[in-house]
Design a protein around this ligand. Structure first.
Ligand code: ADP
Ligand code: MG
Length: 321
């Protein structure tokens, strides 16, 4: 099966006639949108982001989710995607079948269409790349640089599950744990869900936002630096799942590990005091956990505390170089 065969068999059905031109032309036509256009790209490489032999359907779903999470953190919802694949020459048809199924399911749940891409072969391993294009309706994109003193800091969902999922995936813990907890944490690592609806709903409410991909602390520092403000962060308030709590209770990891771990794909955002009521309404509307974890200060210092005691954190997020 050559490149054109698998594009037409597996990828064209994820496109459309009007904008993606069923992936039969040289380029695509961007769907029209009333709002501002937001665009992002993420690359996942074998050896760095996933092991060789990883489940192609899960890789595809994660690839879409991490990009949609970046759009969500700007308050944007997806219009379309461009997919870049660099694959070993001997990649089997089964891989394309499963990979395209993962892309299909994710695109279906988040919205948008496959607009195009490029495919090459490579002797050394697999590289997957996605560009996601989205739009922000009725407001400006939510940036990192606009948190103001006295704004309240919130985070969605729970923190640390992805970090623990990776540890379980790598088999580097011998903890006896229930199958349910193991599966939950592995799923949070391998198949994170972008908080797309929340991101869009926060337009006009959040003063600043980013998604938590490098660790809660590191990502909050990005907001603080960009906004030239400081923060108080109450570590005892950071939401932890029941499954993650097992690790804390048994003192295998502590909260400091979870907030510097990364791979959460939750939304971290600040809200001015006069908009706090909107957050209460959103929690109900989306049936989603949204937790207050701190406050922005004019003083540029960053104070993470645990039950009132200052805590110093060494690792502040994953860095590639
Ligand atoms: P070019 O020769 O200009 O690189 P291709 O022959 O590679 O064009 O691609 C033909 C069509 O297939 C284009 O519309 C392109 O966007 C699409 N395409 C190629 N690879 C992919 C992919 N991995 N995912 C989605 N669309 C793809
Ligand atoms: Mg090409």
């Amino acid at each position: 099966m050559n490149e054109f065969d698998f594009i037409s068999k597996y990828f064209s059905p994820l496109s459309d006639k009007t904008h993606g031109l069923n992936l039969l032309d040289d380029a695509a036509i961007l769907p029209e949108s009333k709002g501002k256009i937001v665009i992002t790209k993420d690359i996942m490489t074998e050896g760095t982001h996933f092991l060789s032999g990883s489940n192609p359907k899960l890789l595809a779903q994660k690839l879409v989710s991490v990009n949609v999470s970046d759009l969500a953190s700007m308050g944007a919802s997806p219009l379309g995607y461009l997919l870049g694949l660099s694959l070993p020459k001997n990649t089997e048809e089964k891989w394309f079948e499963q990979f395209s199924l993962g892309i299909k399911q994710s695109i279906k749940s988040y919205g948008g269409i496959l607009l195009g891409g490029d495919t090459t072969s490579h002797r050394y391993g697999t590289t997957l790349s996605l560009t996601a294009i989205g739009s922000v309706c009725n407001s400006n994109p939510i940036k990192r640089n606009s948190a103001k003193p006295d704004d309240i800091i919130f985070v969605s969902g729970t923190i640390g599950d992805g970090f623990l999922g990776l540890i379980i995936e790598n088999n580097s813990n011998n903890l006896e744990m229930k199958e349910f907890d193991k599966r939950y944490l592995l799923d949070r690592y391998n198949n994170p869900k972008a908080r797309s609806s929340l991101g869009v709903e926060l337009c006009g409410i959040a003063s600043s936002m980013c998604d938590v991909s490098d660790g809660l602390i590191g990502d909050l520092e990005h907001i603080l630096k960009a906004s030239r403000v400081g923060a108080e962060l109450y570590l005892e308030e950071v939401p932890i799942s029941q499954s993650a709590k097992i690790f804390i209770d048994k003192k295998i990891y502590n909260i400091q590990d979870l907030v510097t771990g990364g791979d959460d794909y939750e939304l971290l955002f600040t809200v001015p005091k006069n908009k706090l009521k909107n957050i209460e309404n959103l929690k109900k509307k989306l049936d989603l956990k949204i937790t207050k974890i701190g406050k922005i200060t004019e003083n540029k210092d960053f104070f993470p505390t645990l039950n009132g005691n200052n805590i110093s954190l060494n690792s502040k997020g994953y860095k590639h170089f």
